[in-house]
Design a protein around this ligand. Structure first.
Ligand SMILES: [Fe+2]
Ligand SMILES: [Fe+2]
Length: 192
């Protein structure tokens, strides 16, 4: 059993009030999706709550943790340090909050980029991050509808949006996002 109240109070110390509200929304949305798709509900709530635990670190703090934890970052993460907040967050949560469940830690680690063959919990946190109630952007309702009617279709739509956005902005595209997208399409066609 996890102490949600304790975890929530620890998160509050780590993030801005805006991010805190966002995190509560992701936790709530992840819980709903877990119920719908028969995923572990408590793990979904916790992973959703803590997914941005390291997002409000300053760049120099983030770099210190990377060295301290001996994290090996690929070239894209090194270039765009903000993308590493999932990886740093997972390590911090393991150390500071004593969470060792690899399913929860992976959902946090990969929520920024996705990855090939994502677990159901990884998918739930990835999409809940996008569609939680305080999110407001063109197309968010379409994304909400997709996520609650077919998880993979929701993820695919979210990945497409991210990839298109990143390309338009001239930012680096992480290979894991492409691998995530490809594996969902391949698996979808297999199950037809
Ligand atoms: Fe994040
Ligand atoms: Fe987030």
């Amino acid at each position: 059993m996890y102490d949600m109240e304790y975890l929530t109070s620890q998160l509050k110390k780590r993030v801005s009030s805006k991010r805190f509200i966002h995190s509560l929304g992701v936790s709530e949305t992840a819980e709903k999706l877990a119920k719908l798709y028969n995923a572990p509900i408590e793990k979904a709530k916790i992973a959703g709550l803590l997914h941005d635990y390291a997002k409000d670190l300053q760049d120099d703090e983030a770099r210190e943790y990377i060295v301290q934890f001996g994290l090996k970052l690929d070239d894209v993460l090194k270039f765009d340090i903000n993308l590493a907040h999932g990886q740093i967050g997972a390590e911090l949560i393991k150390r500071e909050l004593n969470i060792s469940d690899s399913d929860i830690l992976n959902a946090i680690k990969y929520h920024t980029t996705g990855r090939e063959n994502m677990s159901i919990l990884e998918k739930i946190v990835y999409i809940a991050d996008y569609i939680e109630p305080s999110r407001d952007f063109p197309g968010v309702d379409e994304l909400r509808q997709a996520a609650f009617s077919n998880l993979d279709e929701g993820i695919l739509l979210a990945l497409d949006k991210t990839i298109t956005y990143v390309v338009k902005k001239g930012k680096l595209l992480h290979l894991n996002s492409i691998l995530a997208r490809n594996s969902i399409i391949v698996n979808r066609n297999k199950s037809l």
